[in-house]
Design a protein around this ligand. Structure first.
Ligand code: UD1
Length: 428
């Protein structure tokens, strides 16, 4: 298994481009299941999770055409163009082998049952960051008239025709909202999703669905209305920039006292993150699709609480823990979305960080320096925090199990190298 070797102490500087958003691309690829006509996506990031989703769709009979030759840009390649043609959809099954590696596979459930009247999708099961059930997806589809049973680890849904319904989710769920919104596009009558997720990726999906002929209003607010239509058609859609990748490089630049320009992105979806980075003492300026960050010599620690969009994202919590570990002062970090999402803390402690965990609260006291060590990536964003810590630690940090990073960061080592980092991927 590959590992990353980082020699810390370099101040990041320069310019890199941001990739398309993983969390927008995954539901968007599933939306192609809703139509017999081809759908083309541009700016698709080259990530393991995207590869897994394409494999899943291909084994259902979806034709996948990839034009992998993106133009070279600062620190990486421009995203791929992928066309999906689900006219030959013939196998509405998502097997355990694929679902177990990526929970977002559950996003095929809504489109499959809406389009074919049948779906068998493996339960995602537990994952490193908590139980993460899919009861809300099931509850919503049931309210729309699907018959759902859970047997032998599989969710089996059938419905000769989904019907519009008033849906209310018990908590804000991103993929739950996306699954139900996609299913509702082909239901008869109106569906109203209350307590809907307001994440920008939900809006990106809604925009694509509307371009496919869906009738959706309210995406981006907590009430989404969908008028069902008999069929959707093909379209072409550009995936939005990845706000979490953007935030991660901003944190890396901040932690190293850097001066970095990120292109091909947008500050529009990053208010909570940019606000916190300014509280650490960073100067941030934005112009059209560019964000420029200039960090002070030493950051100030910032307290935060994760919550659904537009509040501070749980997917940025780990990266800020790395920042706080080397900042001046101390911070209280509260995780409200996932249980058990502090696994990076024990690894950061191996690098010398001073962190105490009490349930869903982390108390971090900044230290003047961290020391390089061997650490293990435990999940996608946890690994990003270890990379940031490695960039500021004295000496060499070796990060193992980096397949977690490859799930969500396109060309991470090339991009950081372009910013001057001493980072090397070692093939095991
Ligand atoms: C999505 C993101 C993930 C991000 C998360 C929260 C994708 C592909 N992934 O994950 O990166 O960390 O949003 O912003 O977009 N829950 C239930 N029952 C359900 C659904 C959710 O109890 O049926 C709970 C979850 O366990 C969790 C909370 O609701 O505690 C929020 O989860 P959810 O928004 O669904 O996360 P994902 O959509 O899986």
């Amino acid at each position: 298994m590959d590992k990353l070797l980082i020699t810390g102490g370099t101040r990041l500087s320069g310019e890199i481009s941001i990739s398309g958003a993983k969390n927008a691309a995954l539901p968007l690829l599933c939306a192609a299941l809703l139509t017999k006509e081809p759908v083309t996506f541009t700016n698709v990031p080259r990530l393991n999770d995207i590869g897994t989703m394409l494999k899943l769709l291909a084994q259902m009979g979806v034709k996948v055409s990839r034009d992998g030759h993106g133009a070279a840009t600062g620190g990486g390649l421009a995203g791929e163009t992928i066309t999906l043609d689900a006219s030959g959809l013939n196998n509405a099954v998502a097997p355990y082998e694929l679902v177990k590696t990526m929970r977002a596979s559950i996003l095929v459930l809504g489109p499959l049952v809406a389009r074919t009247g049948e779906a068998r999708v493996s339960l995602p099961g537990g994952c490193a960051i908590g139980a993460r059930p899919v009861d809300q997806h099931i509850k919503g589809l049931t309210a729309m008239g699907a018959t759902i049973t859970v047997e032998h680890g599989y969710v089996h849904a059938s419905a000769s025709q989904l019907k519009g319904a008033r849906l209310f989710t018990d908590m804000v769920t991103v993929t739950g909202t996306e699954n139900l919104m996609m299913a509702a596009c082909l239901a008869v009558g109106e569906t109203v999703i209350e307590n809907a997720a307001r994440e920008p990726e939900v809006v990106d999906l809604a925009n694509c669905l509307v371009a496919m002929g869906a009738r959706i209003s309210g995406a981006g607010s907590d009430v989404i209305r969908i008028q069902g239509v008999p069929a959707l058609h093909g379209t072409s859609h550009r995936i939005m920039p990845d706000r979490i990748e953007t935030g991660t490089y901003l944190c890396a630049a901040a932690a190293t006292g850097g001066d970095v320009r990120l292109t091909g992105t947008s500050s529009a979806y990053l208010d909570a993150v940019i606000d916190k980075l300014m509280d650490t003492g960073c100067e941030i300026t934005t112009e059209r699709d560019v964000i420029h960050l200039k960090a002070p010599a030493r950051l100030t620690a910032v307290s935060l609480r994760t919550a659904p969009y537009p509040a501070f994202p749980t997917d940025m919590q780990a990266q800020f823990m790395a920042i706080n570990a080397v900042a001046e002062g101390s911070a209280v970090m509260r995780e409200t979305i996932f249980e058990n999402r502090f696994m990076h803390a024990v690894e950061l402690i191996r690098l010398g960080a001073q962190i105490k965990i009490d349930g869903n609260v982390a108390f971090v006291t900044g230290r003047a320096a961290l020391e390089g060590a061997t650490v293990m990536a435990t999940d996608l964003r946890a690994s990003a925090s270890l990379v940031i810590a490695g960039l500021v630690a004295q000496g060499e940090t070796s990060i193992e199990r980096i397949y977690h990073l490859d799930r969500g960061y396109e060309n991470l080592d090339q991009k950081l190298t372009a910013l001057g980092a001493k980072i090397q991927r070692v093939k095991a």
